[in-house]
Design a protein around this ligand. Sequence first.
Ligand code: NA7
Length: 540
Amino acid sequence: MSESERDASGTVELDAVVVGAGFAGLYMLHKLRGQGRRARVFEAGSEVGGTWFWNRYPGARCDVESMDYSYSFSEELQQEWRWTERFPSQPELLRYLNHVADRFDLRPDIRLGTRVTAAAFDESALRWQVRTDRGDQVSAQHLILAVGCLSAAAIAVPDFPGLATFGGRWYHTCDWPMDDVDFAGQRVAVIGTGSSGVQVIPEIARDAAHLTVFQRTPNFSIPARNRSLDDEYQREFKKRYNERREMLRHLNFFLGNPRLARQTPPDERQAEYEARWQAGGPAFLGAFGDLLVDQEANDTAADFVRGKIREIIRDPEVAERLIPHGFPLGAKRPCIDTDYFDTYNRDNVTLVDVNAAPIEEITPTGIRTAAGIHELDSIVFATGFDAMTGAILAIDIRGRDGVRLRDKWLAGPRAYLGAATAGFPNMFIITGPGSPSVISNMVVSIEQHVDWIGDHVEYMRARGLQTAEADLAAEDKWVEQVQEVADRTLFPKATNSWYLGANIPGKPRVFMPYVGGVGPYREICDEVAANDYEGFSFTP
Ligand code: NA7
């Protein structure tokens, strides 16, 4: 930090502090720099990459295809980067994000290994005072949270009695050691069968002497059918890259596919599901336009997947335990897997249903359930996150009148457009609660938010405006709208999903993502901007 940026008290003066150096923070920094703003990114990890730095467990892979899960803001970048696989692995995504940091010379403005602990809005200076765990004191006009929806700062480790007494080693998928973990010859447990569990289970089963999976809720999973990407495919894809990006930016949840499952003859419907099952990946859910809005339509797809699980698993009793019931396919994030169900045909894998035999305690040598003891050398928690709000609220954020964001959001998050919240001027949240975020390709949503926030900041600079603050009425209306849109779908029917905060004991149940689609959401944001940021109040 140059001395000229410090005031007499040693505080560094900036235009913006960005928290987090994942996909969102890196692009936000690039954007602000391009606008001639002085910005600094603080990142708790020892490398850039955000979620793709922390989630280094075996098998960690994105469930959106590489060619789409990448930045579009630079034509050179999208043309020159070469992906090796259809679905990118964590190491490859980390290489990509490091490449981006170097290519755009972002590193000089990123402080790694530095966690933002507190941020308070100083009403006399109309600036944010930000503090880190390394003693930094920074004053900035804008505070931009790029902390991610599923962050290492907010991992969920269930409060089982006895964990501290466990004599083996334990891990959380999202806080995986930097060094390789060798499970060879070990008796290993995995707790949790969400996306992370579904990815890590086949990998550990291959290495360990024995794997015991502790399952609470069985999940729908679609095969990834991952494959390497050849040069010819990428060359052709890149010729129409911008067209493809435009299409992705304008997806409309409700008008996505006019073909309806309910109006399609059963044999044609089955053929469509079969074709999509063979093709693999999340496009399975796009088979028909009514799958996420009509229970009967959804049942046709869910039954198809249930049939596949029964076909794959040799032991019918194990198959029944792995078959999801009680929530629509897609209303909880469906998993995309490689060999997941097949793994249960292995002799060294046991499935424990913790609903039938709840985990009672962790002992020095294993896990005790109501049905008996499982002796273990290692335990892997694949138990997810305090999603969407956990990493934001891990920072002591105080707005006007010293009000803590944690208190304001006691009954659930409230944010205008999912990007700004009343009482916290000049604070923006990239892919915050109330925006499409986790119900979209995150990179598409991140780029849209960063561009919109960048324009907002520039609008203020051009007019000499000091603060922008979301109006309470606009915020209330938006929160209502998010719920109304969700209520037109089957999403709220999955009452134990992390979209609702249901996986965290005591967390208020509020449906957090905007599910109308990135296209309509973008139009709303653009209209707000065109109307001089309607719903915001400014101070000159
Ligand atoms: P998820 O999807 O939240 O999955 C967590 C899993 O852990 C899920 O199966 C939970 O069961 C299970 N869990 C949580 N707490 C417990 C306890 N106390 N006992 C037993 N089982 C438990 O997290 P992931 O990391 O897999 O994926 C998160 C997202 O990352 C994913 O959706 C992608 O977007 C990428 P439950 O279903 O709550 O009954």
